[in-house]
Design a protein around this ligand. Structure first.
Ligand code: GDP
Length: 533
């Protein structure tokens, strides 16, 4: 029996601070255990004092999260935030992604701001719909993924079945790091293949080895049939799986896999260690005219999320900026490339769950919150003056199109403000038809509509409802021939709207009409996504 795992650990002789950053997200299907794992990770890193309480840098305590009412009712994560914590000389930035499929747009944008992801899979369920979707988003950018197979304390699929399923459905190579000894009531501990030891179910080391066959001399272990089965399956797994290779992992083609239980705290310390030792440093950011290297001296960053009214007491709007290069210091002037305007960033913030603190200095990989009054939108690039545009942060064509109905007409102005704020946040897209004064919203999922009406009512005091429109399809329209575009707009006047930035959008009754327009106007491009700048 042979078992080798190249324990290549990158050297910690780090000179540039950005190289200590690990910026990541957790992706999973609802109920797989993301929330539980997040709490456990924070606890294992010492950033949390007890479940439900996060400690800020200043040592203050606050409840972990003021989940929105709706989230409590539905038991899903809608809010999205950043949790920054220290671990083993590193700074970890965990970006929370909403788990519900209706929020894939928001999640997508958050995933453009991470360098790695932890994929949580329920051992009883294997790959589920939302896992697959999120994985595909990660694959678009070749984001390295660490796989955490959760709930080994319960009966589930066997490790080999799970590996087979993941490899089959995701076409992703795996390499085991933590191997379970039994599952459910028969969970007898686990093998830590990186540290070469056997651990009890409670995580206590009970045996060490150089080569795995050394363990066959351990009478206590070999008397346990569950242990022997685990060794056999591990041998089968290692025979068919590639050994760990840091470069292949960083290229997004090989995923270290750990079996554990977030609820019981099994494998969580090892997960943190895997992320710390192997997790990638900040990666180059795709941009025009050229990718931004994290080692570049000049500061660049981009807005991947805007959240209004995070704190009911301060009607504020925070733009979450992922830094891509340079050393940002408080008070620095940065240019918003989209608007061409300069701004002095005097109150940048770091987030620790719900706590925030002034960010005096930040480097590539860090997430800085910038309070603003609507000057920053999702997709905006910030630079020290250079004209650089980060790419790959799209708007998606809405699948549900509704007219907004206001019950109290005295509140038109507040409604316009609310819709405009929330569209900048990316909660909805807002369209105005060229003809008529309707406010039209477009979303990708039904739940997004509910969040929209609840937030407009709660945060702006404006009750709204939605009305069906005779449209099912929205497409941004473009052409290299401006005359042709004009001709199309004139021909379709009633069905043309403008988005928030003034770009023309064609609204069609259904796919058939959209297709027909395409055939009639071959020089027009009908786009399902639009870059946000
Ligand atoms: P999320 O929807 O992915 O955030 O999942 P949660 O963390 O809320 O967990 C969903 C459910 O699974 C909750 O009832 C958790 O207590 C339970 N759960 C999470 N991790 C484990 C685990 O390791 N073992 C068991 N048995 N249950 C777990």
């Amino acid at each position: 029996m042979s078992m080798s795992l190249a324990a290549e650990t990158p050297s910690r002789a780090i000179t540039e601070p950005y190289r200590t950053r690990r910026t990541f997200a957790i992706i999973s299907h609802p109920d797989a255990g993301k929330t539980t794992l997040t709490e456990r990770l924070l606890a294992a890193a010492g950033a949390i004092q007890s479940a439900g309480a996060v400690r800020g840098k200043a040592g203050t305590r606050s409840t972990r999260s003021d989940w929105m009412e709706m989230e409590q009712q539905r038991g899903i994560s809608i809010t999205s935030s950043v949790m920054t914590f220290d671990y083993d000389g590193l700074t970890l930035n965990l970006l929370d992604t909403p788990g519900h499929s209706d929020f894939s747009e928001d999640t997508y944008r958050t995933l453009t701001a991470v360098d790695a992801a932890i994929m949580v899979i329920d051992a009883a369920k294997g790959i589920e719909a939302q896992t697959l979707k999120l994985f595909e988003v990660c694959r678009l950018r070749d984001i390295p993924i660490i796989t955490f197979i959760n709930k080994v304390d319960r009966e589930g699929l066997s490790p080999l079945e799970l590996i087979d399923e993941i490899q089959g459905k995701l076409a992703l190579d795996l390499t085991p790091v933590l191997w379970p000894i039994g599952q459910g009531v028969d969970f007898h501990g686990y093998l830590d293949l990186l540290e070469k030891r056997v651990l009890s179910p409670q995580g206590k080391p009970i045996a060490e080895y150089n080569a795995i066959e050394d363990l066959l001399d351990n009478d206590a272990l070999i008397e346990d049939p569950v242990f022997m089965t685990a060794l056999e399956t591990l041998e089968m797994a290692t025979a068919m799986l590639p050994p760990f290779d840091l470069e292949t992992f960083h290229a997004g083609h090989l995923s270290p896999v750990l079996f554990g239980s977030a609820l019981k705290g099994i494998g969580v310390a090892e997960l943190l260690r895997t992320l710390g030792e192997w997790g990638p440093e900040p990666r180059p950011q795709p941009a025009i005219p050229a990718p931004i290297e994290p080692a570049d001296k000049k500061v660049t960053g981009f807005v991947f999320k805007v959240q209004a009214n995070m704190d009911a007491n301060h009607r504020d709007r925070i733009a979450f900026v992922r830094l891509c290069s340079g050393t940002f210091t408080r008070g620095m002037r940065l240019k918003n490339v989209r608007s061409g305007k300069d701004m002095a960033v005097s109150n940048p913030m770091f987030f620790f769950g719900n706590d925030r603190e002034l960010a005096e200095q930040a480097v590539a990989g860090d997430i800085v919150g910038i309070p603003n009054h609507g000057t920053l939108s999702v997709g905006d690039t910030l630079t020290e003056g250079a004209t650089i545009n980060v790419t790959g942060i799209p708007n998606f064509a809405p699948e549900i199109i509704r007219r907004v109905r206001l019950t109290d007409h005295m509140k038109t102005k507040q409604m316009a403000k609310a819709l405009s704020d929330l569209s900048e946040e990316g909660v909805t897209q807002v369209f105005r038809r060229v003809v008529g004064a309707d406010w039209i919203v477009g979303v990708v999922g039904q739940l997004q509509l509910e969040v929209l009406s609840s937030r407009v009512a709660k945060e702006y005091g404006v009750p709204i409802t939605f009305e069906s429109l005779n449209y099912e399809v929205a497409r941004w329209i473009e052409s290299d021939d401006p005359k042709e575009l004009e001709r199309f707009i004139a021909a379709q006047k009633m069905n043309i709207a403008e988005d928030r930035t003034g770009s023309p959008v064609f609204l069609a009754q259904n796919a058939w009409w959209a297709d027909r327009a395409k055939q009639d106007f071959p020089k027009i491009r009908f786009l399902t996504t639009k870059e946000r700048h």
